[in-house]
Write a protein that binds this ligand. Structure first.
Ligand SMILES: OC[C@H]1O[C@H](O[C@H]2O[C@H](CO)[C@@H](O)[C@H](O)[C@H]2O)[C@H](O)[C@@H](O)[C@@H]1O
Length: 554
C-alpha cells in the first residue's frame, strides 16, 4: 500500500518514525505540523548521518530533540494575521432572535470569526516542500484548538455560519479553495496537510455551493465551476463505490475505503502501538484511515462485528455502506441535477438510481429507519446512530410516509436519560470520541434540520425540542467555560466532550456554525436558560413523543 503521501519528512521514513515513536511532543500532530528550516533533502541527509553514528541506527531521544529544534520551526508559522474584510458587528440574523440572552450570545459567536480566520503566507506557495500545509489561495476559517488548518466537512457548517453572519465573500473564498484542491488533486483531502492527502472526508462540496447560491444567486460562479463539482463526485463514484445485489437487482452505493498503508503520521505512535503483534497491521492502518475519512474517527460504528464490547482493533470501516455518506451523495446528485437544469442541461439518472439503491439496501421497514449495511455479514446494523436519520435531511427518499416512521424510531431508540441535553452519537460506551457519551454538533444539525423541513407538524415540533435542548447545552457550557467545544459529553446534563486520542478542542468552527443555524431556524421561539447553570426546563422529547403517537394514530 502507498504511504499517506510521498514526503519522507511528513508521511513516511525513518525520521518520522523515530521522532514519533520517541513521543517528543505530547500531541503527535505537533511534529508533522512543523515547517522545515532547511530544504528537505538537506534535513534528510543530516538525519542519515545521525543514524549512521547511532547504535543500531536508533538515534537517542536527546539527539532527536536537538535535531528537531535545529531543523524545524514551530507549527503555525505558515499563516499570517488575517481578519475577514466582510465581517460586520450587526449581521441580520441577530434581528431574528427574540431572546435577548441568545441574541447577545449570537453576537459573541459572530465575533469569533475574527479569531478563527487564517491566511496562508505566499512563502508556502513558493516553497511547498518546506511545509506540511497544503497551500490554498484564499483565506479561510479553521476549526480551532489543535486544528490550525482547514478541514473538509467541518467547513460546510462554517460556511453556513458565515453566510448567516452576512459574510458571503469569506464563504465563497473557502469554496474556491476546495475547488482549487479538486482541480489540483481530483478530490478534497481530509484537511489541509500533506499527511491527509490520500484520504478525503464526507463530500459536502456541492452542498457548500448550494448554501452559497441560496444566499447570493451567483450563477456565474456555478457556471465557472460546475465541472469541478462533477470531478469531485466522480472521485467518489470511481474510487469509493461498491456493488450490492438485493433481490436479484444490482445496486451501486458508496463507502469509505482508503487503501493507504503505514500509521497515520499525525497519530503515529498510537497507530503503531495499536498494531503491535498483529500480522496484518498494514490492513488495520488502512481501516483506521477509512474510518478517519468518514469524519467519525473513531467509533463502534466501524467495529466488526458492530458491538459495544469491541476495541479500535476491530475497526473495519471499509466493510460498511454508511447511511449518511449515501444520503449526502444522494443530495449531491439532486443538486447536480438542479444545477444543470439551472444552466440548461440534464443530469437526473444518477439520482434515481441512488434513490432506488438507498431504499433497497439501507431502508429497514421493520425498524422504520435507514441502517448501515455491512458488506461482510450482508446484514444491516440495528444500532442507533444519528446518521441513520440523515436521508431525511438529504431528501433521499420518495415515500413521504417515512417521516412518521423515522419520528417513531427516534423516540424509541435513543437513550432517554440524555434527551434534554442532546442526541448521543451512539449508545455504546467504548471510550472512542464518536460514541456515547459524546454528542457532535453536525449530527444534531442534520437530524434537526431534517425534521424541521418536513411538512409534519409533529416532526417540526420534535425538531424544535431538540434545537432547544442543544442550544441550552451549548449556551450553558459557553457561560461556564467561556468556550465553544468541538463536541459535548451528555453526562451530568452536559460537559465538554471526552474520549478519543486527543483532548477536547475549543474554538470551534462547526459548533458556532450549528448554533447560528439553529438560531436562524427557531430564533423566534428558542429561549436561554433562566440562569446559565439553572436546572433545565426544556420541552422534553417525551412530550414530543406523545405528539408523534397522536400523529401515528391519525
Ligand atoms: O488527529 C486525529 C484526527 O483528527 C481529526 O478528526 C477530528 O477532527 C476533525 C476536525 O474538527 C473532524 O473533521 C473529525 O470529524 C474529527 O474526528 C482528523 O480529521 C482525522 O483525520 C485525524 O486522524
Amino acid at each position: 500500500l502507498p504511504p499517506p503521501c510521498d514526503s519522507k519528512i511528513y508521511c513516511t521514513g525513518d525520521l518520522l518514525k523515530q521522532v514519533q515513536l520517541a513521543r517528543l511532543f505530547p500531541d503527535a500532530k505537533h511534529f508533522v505540523d512543523m515547517p522545515l528550516r532547511k530544504p528537505a533533502d538537506v534535513v534528510l541527509a543530516e538525519f542519515q548521518q545521525l543514524m549512521a553514528k547511532a547504535q543500531k541506527g536508533m538515534v537517542s531521544r536527546t539527539e532527536l530533540q536537538q535535531f528537531v529544534t535545529l531543523s524545524f520551526d514551530d507549527p503555525g508559522k505558515e499563516f499570517e494575521q488575517w481578519e475577514p474584510q466582510d465581517w460586520n458587528s450587526r449581521p441580520r440574523i441577530l434581528n431574528k432572535i427574540s431572546d435577548q440572552k441568545l441574541r447577545a450570545w449570537a453576537s459573541e459567536l459572530n465575533t469569533k470569526w475574527k479569531s478563527l480566520g487564517r491566511k496562508i503566507k505566499v512563502a508556502v506557495e513558493a516553497q511547498p516542500e518546506l511545509y506540511s500545509l497544503i497551500y490554498v489561495p484564499k483565506p479561510m476559517m479553521v476549526p480551532g484548538g489543535r486544528f490550525i488548518e482547514y478541514y473538509y466537512w467541518d467547513s460546510y457548517w462554517v460556511i453556513e455560519g458565515l453566510l448567516l453572519c452576512d459574510m458571503p465573500a469569506t464563504a465563497k473564498g473557502m469554496i474556491q479553495n476546495f475547488l482549487y484542491l479538486v482541480d489540483r488533486y481530483g478530490h478534497i483531502p481530509n484537511g489541509g496537510r500533506v499527511y491527509y492527502l490520500r484520504r478525503s472526508q464526507p463530500p459536502f462540496l456541492a452542498l457548500m455551493m448550494d448554501a452559497y447560491l441560496a444566499r447570493t444567486n451567483d450563477t456565474a460562479f456555478l457556471r465557472e465551476n460546475i465541472h469541478l463539482l462533477e470531478v469531485e463526485y466522480e472521485f467518489w463514484q470511481h474510487n469509493r463505490s461498491v456493488n450490492i445485489a438485493v433481490g436479484g437487482t444490482d445496486h451501486t452505493l458508496n463507502r469509505y475505503n482508503v487503501q493507504v498503508g503505514e500509521p497515520r503520521p499525525e497519530s503515529y505512535s498510537q497507530d503503531w502501538e495499536l498494531a503491535a503483534g498483529l500480522s496484518d497491521g498494514e490492513e488495520l492502518w488502512a481501516e483506521l484511515k477509512s474510518a478517519a475519512e468518514s469524519g467519525w474517527d473513531f467509533s463502534s460504528r466501524w467495529f466488526q462485528p458492530p458491538t459495544h464490547a469491541g476495541t479500535l482493533r476491530d475497526t473495519k470501516a471499509s466493510a460498511v455502506v454508511p447511511v449518511d455518506l449515501n444520503a449526502v451523495l444522494c443530495k449531491t446528485e439532486r443538486l447536480l441535477a438542479e444545477f444543470h437544469r439551472r444552466l440548461g442541461k440534464a443530469f437526473q439518472a444518477a439520482l434515481e438510481r441512488r434513490l432506488q439503491a438507498v431504499q433497497a439496501v439501507l431502508w429497514d421497514e421493520a425498524a422504520g429507519i435507514w441502517l448501515d449495511f455491512n458488506l461482510l455479514t450482508k446484514q444491516r446494523n440495528p444500532a442507533f446512530y444519528p446518521s441513520n436519520l440523515v436521508p431525511l435531511w438529504a431528501e433521499c427518499f420518495v415515500d413521504q410516509a417515512v417521516v412518521g416512521k423515522v419520528l417513531h424510531y427516534l423516540q424509541v431508540s435513543q437513550a432517554p436519560e440524555h434527551e434534554d441535553t442532546g442526541l448521543p452519537t451512539s449508545l455504546a460506551r467504548t471510550g472512542q470520541q464518536w460514541d456515547m457519551p459524546n454528542a457532535w454538533p453536525p449530527l444534531q444539525h442534520m437530524v434537526i434540520a431534517g425534521l424541521a423541513k418536513s411538512s409534519s407538524w409533529s416532526a417540526r415540533e420534535t425538531a424544535f425540542a431538540l434545537a432547544q435542548n442543544w442550544t441550552r447545552t451549548t449556551f450553558s457550557l459557553y457561560h461556564t467555560y467561556q468556550a465553544m467545544f468541538e463536541k459535548y459529553s451528555l453526562d451530568g446534563e452536559g460537559r465538554p466532550g471526552t474520549g478519543g486520542e486527543y483532548q477536547v478542542q475549543e474554538g470551534f468552527g462547526w459548533t458556532n456554525g450549528v448554533a447560528l443555524q439553529l438560531l436562524d431556524l427557531f430564533g423566534d421561539r428558542l429561549a436561554a436558560p433562566v440562569s446559565a447553570s439553572a436546572p433545565r426546563a426544556a420541552p422534553r422529547l417525551a412530550a414530543a413523543a406523545l405528539l408523534v403517537l397522536a400523529a401515528a394514530r391519525g
